[in-house]
Structure formats: C-alpha cells, structure tokens
Unconditional design. Structure first.
Length: 647
C-alpha cells in the first residue's frame, strides 16, 4: 500500500498506486497514512504524475486535499489564510491516484521532491523553464599543475567550480581576462610534478601560461598563481590587489624595475576588471538577492550575487506555471531547485516576500547542511538589502516586459511594421520585405542586389545578387526592370531560392525606378503565383529628401527624421545598397587583377607568381628567351613555348 524510501533519496524505487480517488475520502485510509515526512505524487487516470509535493506529515498533508472540510488545501501562514489557487482546483479534477514515498527526514523529502519534479516534469508543479546546464569555470586543484576550463556539469570530484554563469560568451571573456592577469594553463595535458617534456604552445610565448608542460615553473610557484585565480573568482579581489601592490613595491625597492613594471601593468588590469559598486554600506558577507515578477503563466526570477559587499553578477531564470497569485509558492520552488546543484551557497539569501514558515525552516536547515554553516533566508524591511531586493524585482519585471515585446516582434507585429502597414493601407501584416538596388560604374560591372527583412530583422540567408545581362549602357530603370523580371521568373519556375514571395517590395530610387519595377511585375499578372506579383505592394525610397513613393499616389510620403518606420526602411535600403556595392567592387577587383598571362594555356596561379617573382614584370617576361623561361622553377618546355607564342 505504500512505498518507503529511506537514506538514498537520489534513486527512489518504483512507485506503486496506493488508492483510487473513490477510496481517498474514507477515514480508514487517512488513519493508515503515516505521520512521517515524505513525498506524494498526484496521478491522472493514465498513471502520469501531474503534481509532486513534499510533506512534513504525509497523513495531514494529503488529507488536506480530500478531507471532508475541503477538497483543496488551505495553508495558514502566520495568522493569515491563503486562498486556494485556481491551478489546484483545476488539478484536482484530474487526480485519480496518489502515490507516496516515506523519507527519513524533511530535508530528504525536499531533495527527493526536486529529483522527482525533474524526472516526471509534472504539469501542475512550478518548474525551472528550460532545464539546461549553465556553464561553470572549473579549476582542477587536485592536479599537480591545475588547469582552468569551462564546463557545464558540476560534480563532487575534488576540483573547484565557480558559477554558474548565464552566458557562455561572458564566461569565455572572464577566462580570457584571467589568463591575462594570472598565467594559468587551459590545456588538458596530463602533467606530473616534474619530468614533463611537452612542447610549449603559443600561450607560453604570449605570457598566458608559465609552461608547466615543459617544466619551466615549479609546483610551489604555480600553486600561488592558482590560489590568486581562485581568490579572484571567489570575489576576493582586494586580497589580489594588495598582494600585487606589495610585489610591485618590493621589486621597485630591489631596483628590479622590469619586474615592477610587470606587476604594475597586471595591477592596472586587475583594477579595470573589478566593477565598482555603489552600495550605501559595506558588507563583508556573501549574499544572494532574489527578486521575482510574474505575468500570465510565466514568472521571472532575478538573482543578484553579492560577494564581499560587491555586486559581481546578475542572472535571471524563467518559471512556468506560475503567476502573481502564487509568487510565494513559486519562489519557494525556485529556491529548492536552484540551490540543489549550486556549488556555492551564500550565508544570506534575501527574499522579496515571505514564504511559508514551514518552508523557511526546512530550506534553511537543508542549505545550512549543504554550506557547512548557518544559512538565513531574510526578508528585509528597509535599508541596503531592501533597496537591492527592489532592484532585483524591478529587473525581473523589465526582463518579462522585454520578453513579451520580443515575442510580439517575432510574430510580425513589430511597431514600425504595424505603422508601415497602416501607412500603406494594407490588410495583411508585413512579415517579409524585399529590397532591390542597382550598382554600376558607367556601363561596366553592372550588378543588382536583393536583401530580405523578416519580422523586422535582416535575413542574410535569403540575400541574392545578380549580374545585369540584357542592358547596355547606364540605364538604371531598365536594369531594375530586368532584375525584378528575373526574380519572379525564378519564382514561376518553382526555384526554391526564390519561391517565398514578399509582402512588400522596396526599391532604392525615385519614381523612375518605381515605374520600371511596376512594369516588370505587370508581365506576371497571369502567372500562377500566390499572391500575384501585381498585387504585391511596391514602394520606393529616394535618397535626396528620404521621401517614399507609392504607386497611384501623386504626392510622396515624408516622415519625420526620428520616425521609427523611416529608420526601418532606411536600414533595409542601406543594406541593399551595401550588398550591391560589395558585389560590384568584387567584380571590379577581379577584372583589374586579370592580366595577359591569364590567356596562356597551362599557366596557373603558381606558375604566374613564379614568373613575376623571377622577371619582375610582364614586359620582362615578353622579352625573355626560351632558355631564360626554362630556368624558372616549375616552367616546363611546353609552357615556355606557349608563353613565347602568346607574348
């Protein structure tokens, strides 16, 4: 009837159903449940776990869901009553079975709950969104010559981990800066205390590694470098600065000015790497300041890491199935899941709001055991920590707002695109805009570009370029007509590179280019395209006064210089111009680099280079005898005869 779990909470045994929902309300069942800590699982009719919870007393906690007084829990926090959450009411409609696991202590129940949430991903639990692994910096202090590298998995393997960091790029930048300040190896060579006979790499020559792979430094000196790295990553930058200052002064006193200069430069780099903080009072404690905000069914948690009174880093996480009604529950779930795999637990964790008294005591006890000393969950009423907590909450609100805006933009409703749609009186959103431009130098090297913007952002994979084929002389109008004709001819032919049609076409130019584009589209009026090209909106943007021309309108549209819509189409127009000019210059450079030697058979780039290096110029090659040509390395008789014949 029950499954007990004692001791090893990381790998629970297989769970068994204890009772169907129809039997849950019987007094006999409640009396049979243990008055012990443990974890319970609410299951649906198909056996899927839809909720996992922990309990100090399994009998009382599970009975609160199904007791005669209430079908849902009413948990008292101090003297106030918390109303039932709507998700709990919704969940209870689907619960048909309940399983439970008895544990030895409340802390084991807390850890087991987190493990089961990760394993089952229950629908009605607050969960860390996107359960990915964040990067750490790992220092292998258990090796004779420790190395530092980035890893995404923190283990209890005798090494030191710093993090987790939110962004891989910032982690790499931190690692790069560290090797500048403190030369430490990043390679994975298996090094012994002595007798290493590897070849030093580039890091040694540029001063980012002292060369332990070739026994160029002893273990004791190297361990001092590792100690500084660990101090720096732990936030103890003052000790590093003080030690470097003492070393610089000692070197200067010993008249070793070269060493003193090195210490001075390293000290400057350290001071530049330290971010100054504007905290009202100095705190020497390590603190995590947590803020939380929620909108609809998504919450954002912001964590500010304060180490030795300095705000070193901030990071944010998303929680799904959480809203403003249950922020305290979401916060409690986040703390349990976030610190379960944390390498470092600070002395103080600052919360933006109270959570259940039962959860506070349990989590504090668990984290204290994990840290090895007392950990306090604190809700400040005023002062420095209160201001930091407000800052964390404000950042969480901003991140949620930005995330909503990014989602809106990704759906094609970028504000500038919405305004442009209204400006042109269009019924459909402008998801894809194609811009065209012509680039030439007289009548030579005439080319055209097609660049694409989707949902307000350039899509370089969709860019296309054209060589003008049918137009002689400098006739931009005819060239624009040719390019648009070729673009939609490829679409009619079901060419996958041109199969996606635009919602708007932007032409770089004025009324003349616009009319040429119109004529090109009219030739496809009978084509089996959706939409028909003649129905695709078409505009032109002239550079002189940045006026927008629209077919059928006598007057141009002139927007304010600070208008976001104008900036968007200017950016697209400029990108089309850049892409066309780049292609034009490429063709021109290729033509200018061509020479009469290109026309000679069997004379490749290496042979041409050898000839020019030997003779110095094409004119000297022209007057060279057959024997002189044969004296050039790599030039056989047949090629030498071809050179004499053509020159």
């Amino acid at each position: 009837m029950k499954t007990e779990q004692r001791g090893n909470v990381g790998n629970p045994p297989a769970l068994r159903r204890i009772s169907p929902i129809s039997d849950v309300h019987s007094p006999e069942l409640w009396q049979s449940l243990p008055n012990a800590p443990g974890v319970y699982l609410m299951k649906a009719s198909d056996g899927t776990a839809i909720y996992v919870g922990k309990a100090v007393n399994l009998r009382n906690r599970v009975r609160s869901y199904f007791g005669a007084a209430s079908r849902v829990p009413k948990l008292a926090v101090k003297s106030r009553e918390r109303t039932t959450h709507t998700l709990t009411i919704q969940m209870m409609r689907y619960v048909t079975d309940v399983d439970y696991i008895v544990t030895e202590t409340e802390i084991e129940a807390l850890i087991l709950e987190n493990n089961l949430i990760k394993a089952h991903q229950p629908r009605y639990n607050v969960k860390l969104k996107d359960d990915k692994r964040y990067p750490y910096l790992r220092v292998t202090v258990n090796e004779p010559f420790p190395r530092i590298h980035i890893t995404r998995k923190a283990e209890n393997d005798g090494t030191r981990y710093f993090g987790p960091f939110v962004h891989v790029r910032s982690t790499r930048q931190t690692l790069k800066q560290l090797t500048k300040l403190f030369p430490i190896r990043t390679c994975s060579l298996p090094l012994a205390e002595n007798g290493n006979r590897y070849r030093v790499c580039l890091d040694y020559h540029i001063g980012r590694c002292p060369g332990p792979c070739a026994d160029k430094i002893d273990v004791q000196v190297y361990s001092e470098i590792v100690q500084k790295v660990c101090q720096f990553l732990s936030g103890n930058t003052e000790a590093v600065v003080e030690e470097l200052t003492q070393q610089m002064q000692a070197a200067a006193a010993a008249l070793d000015f070269e060493a003193a200069a090195k210490y001075r430069d390293r000290l400057n780099d350290v001071q530049q790497a330290i971010t100054t903080q504007s905290l009202d009072s100095v705190s020497v404690e390590d603190e995590d300041v947590i803020g939380i905000a929620a909108k609809t069914e998504l919450a954002c948690v912001q964590v500010l890491r304060v180490r030795n009174g300095k705000l070193l880093e901030r990071e944010h996480y998303y929680l799904n199935d959480a809203n403003s009604e249950v922020l305290d529950t979401a916060l409690s779930a986040f703390i349990a899941q976030y610190y379960q795999n944390a390498v470092f637990v600070p002395k103080t964790i600052v919360l933006p709001m109270p959570i259940e008294i039962e959860s506070v005591a349990l989590i504090e006890k668990w984290l204290s055991e994990k840290r090895g000393s007392r950990v306090a969950l604190h809700v400040p009423k005023a002062g420095r920590l209160k201001r930091l907590g407000d800052l964390a909450t404000k950042n969480a609100e901003i991140i949620l707002t930005q995330r909503e805006q990014n989602v809106v933009y990704s759906r094609g409703t970028h504000p500038a695109l919405v305004e442009l749609q209204a400006l042109l009186n269009l019924q459909h959103p402008l998801r894809r805009i194609e811009a065209f431009d012509i680039s030439n130098l007289g009548d030579r090297f005439a080319v055209a570009s097609m660049v694409v913007m989707e949902d307000g952002e350039p899509t370089s994979a969709e860019y296309r370029r054209f060589k003008i084929r049918t137009v002689a002389g400098q006739n931009d109008f005819a060239m624009m007509n040719e390019v648009l004709t070729r673009r939609f001819r490829r679409a009619v032919a079901q060419d996958p590179k041109f199969s996606t049609l635009p919602d708007l076409i932007l032409i770089d130019g004025g009324k003349g280019q616009l009319r040429a584009a119109q004529k090109a589209l009219e030739t496809f009026a009978a084509a089996d395209l959706k939409p028909v090209p003649t129905r695709i909106p078409l505009i032109a943007l002239a550079k002189r006064v940045e006026e927008i021309f629209v077919p059928g309108r006598a007057d141009s549209i002139v927007l304010r210089e600070d208008n976001a819509t104008l900036h968007l189409i200017q950016r697209l127009r400029d990108e089309a111009h850049r892409f066309a000019v780049t292609y034009h210059r490429k063709l021109r450079r290729k033509a200018l680099s061509a020479s009469v030697l290109d026309e000679i058979p069997n004379l490749g780039p290496k042979r041409k280079q050898a000839l020019l290096q030997h003779f110095g110029s094409i004119e000297a090659i022209r007057h060279a005898s057959l024997d002189e040509l044969l004296s050039v390395k790599g030039i056989p008789r047949r090629v030498a005869e071809n050179i004499r014949k053509h020159l």
